[in-house]
Design a protein around this ligand. Structure first.
Ligand code: BGC
Length: 256
């Protein structure tokens, strides 16, 4: 894909699932990758190994996106290790299931901190560096079909992803004059650790897959291809939009 060669991409939550798929894809396409993770480093090491095996370059940085100091450290690491940064993929995310009336303040705060506050202040740190260096850039947020579609039992997740949708739209307008594009990629049901309990429950999984017109869960690679396109030269004129990758899930309504 044209235009990834030599670019530097920061990918949050790149030690597993969709983030790992994106890091590998951008890395094998020639971008140098800052592989962000939190907690156990094994997944991040695996991501770096795969990128290096494909002839690319990557560096691991542990940074919790809920900490403002940590997100500044993450952006600074890109500049000190690779000399700059061009692409930010806000991928790290989480969800917590609870009935609305039982949802705790702690769960609300945590989900919003990871899914919305993190991307907000990481994008701010990234944009400040680009602005000072007078460089263009690209921000791609991994949102969800639930930035637009209800998900009963997951009100905090929906609120965070709905917020991410409007953050993207606002920033596309505000940052356009700096040459910075901002878009969301909205995955549907992708087989990753965020879905662990669903994947282990055969009846629930069958019911979900029955709602997907393409008849299967998505894979991290299905999402990574779209991200790579947006990050390439072919995505240069695209900003302010959400791109859904869900096997048709969002469009499906059926009476039983
Ligand atoms: C959620 C999954 C869910 C999927 C489709 C994703 O954003 O993380 O838990 O299965 O949307 O509803």
């Amino acid at each position: 894909m044209k235009g990834l060669q030599g670019k530097v991409a920061i990918v949050t939550g790149a030690s597993s699932g969709i983030g790992q798929g994106i890091a590998k894809r951008l890395g094998s396409g020639g971008a140098k990758i800052i592989v962000d993770y939190v907690g156990k480093p094994e997944g991040a090491e695996e991501t770096v190994r795969a990128i290096k095996d494909a002839g690319g370059d990557a560096e691991i940085v542990e940074a919790d996106v809920t900490s403002t100091d940590a997100v500044h450290g993450l952006v600074n690491a890109a500049w000190s290790v690779f000399g700059s940064a061009d692409i930010l993929v806000n991928n790290a995310g989480m969800e917590k299931e609870s009935a609305f009336w039982d949802t705790t303040e702690a769960d609300y705060d945590k989900v919003m901190a990871v899914n919305l506050r993190g991307p907000f202040f990481l994008a701010q740190a990234f944009v400040r560096r680009l602005r000072d260096a007078k460089k263009p850039g690209q921000i791609i947020n991994i949102s969800s079909v639930h930035e637009d579609m209800a998900f009963p039992g997951f009100a905090t997740y929906c609120a965070s992803k709905g917020g991410l949708r409007m953050l993207m739209r606002d920033l596309a307008v505000e940052l356009g004059p700096l040459g910075i594009t901002v878009n969301n990629v909205a995955p549907g049901a992708i087989a990753t650790p965020i879905n662990k309990s669903l994947l282990e429950n055969e009846a629930e999984l069958d019911a979900l897959v029955a709602n997907i017109p393409l008849g299967r869960m998505g894979t991290p690679e299905d999402v990574a291809g779209l991200v790579a396109f947006l990050a390439s030269d072919d995505g240069a004129y695209i900003t302010g939009s959400t791109f859904v990758v869900d096997g048709g899930l969002m469009r499906n309504y059926r009476e039983q």
